[in-house]
Write a protein that binds this ligand. Structure first.
Ligand SMILES: Cc1cc2nc3c(=O)[nH]c(=O)nc-3n(C[C@H](O)[C@H](O)[C@H](O)COP(=O)(O)O)c2cc1C
Length: 182
């Protein structure tokens, strides 16, 4: 049994990316795995100030926000699943804000590093070319390197123009199988 942290950065609860995340979660739960799910647009996080005072008040971030929710997710899980629509060739703003707040958990520099060892990337975008994802993939790969994660799979779906387009594809089933067959 594994424990998953599914971090979604789509502001659309039933948008294409979140539908993939829901299927991934369903598959993982059906296979007996545990999931902690956080939607970036639903939690109250203030942006990182770069003050380098992480952990100085006994919690990941000194700011008065929901940063302790990230502590549970980063300490109690083995695998992270990053889910985001592609916005301007990268993560959504909501997602970037949360990613900045993962700074207190970086194994190389943190007194309280995360134990997560594996990662997945799930994203949807409008345009058809695979290269649309180059920048996002580059950031994701660098994050893996820095966090000590091994990337297990990138599920990147092009041609998602409108709300609900994902329903016409094979990718919901693929996301379910990814969660199920870990
Ligand atoms: C602010 C914004 C920026 C976007 N940037 C890109 C982009 O760089 N490349 C692209 O192909 N699609 C882009 N899109 C389209 C979305 O990635 C696409 O509609 C996606 O399917 C939305 O996912 P969601 O349903 O999970 O919200 C952008 C959409 C928005 C709102």
């Amino acid at each position: 049994m594994k424990k998953f942290f599914v971090l979604s950065g789509s502001p659309r609860p039933k948008g294409n990316s979140n539908q993939l995340a829901d299927q991934f979660i369903k598959g993982a739960k059906d296979a007996g795995h545990e999931v902690i799910s956080i939607n970036a647009y639903q939690i109250n996080l203030k942006p990182c100030l770069g003050c380098n005072a992480c952990w100085s008040k006994g919690k990941p971030c000194i700011l008065d926000d929901d940063n302790e929710l990230l502590k549970e997710a980063m300490f109690d899980t083995d695998v992270i699943v990053l889910v985001s629509p592609l916005y301007w060739f990268g993560f959504s703003g909501q997602m970037k804000l949360v990613i900045d707040k993962l700074y207190p958990f970086i194994p190389k520099i943190s007194p309280q590093p995360s134990q997560i060892k594996e990662s997945y990337l799930i994203s949807c975008c409008f345009n058809a070319h695979e290269s649309e994802y180059d920048s996002l993939r580059n950031v994701y790969h660098q994050m893996n390197e820095y966090m000590g994660w091994t990337s297990k799979k990138e599920l990147l779906v092009n041609n998602m123009v409108s709300f609900g387009d994902i329903n016409k594809t094979k990718y919901l089933e693929e996301a379910y199988q990814l969660g199920y067959n870990l």
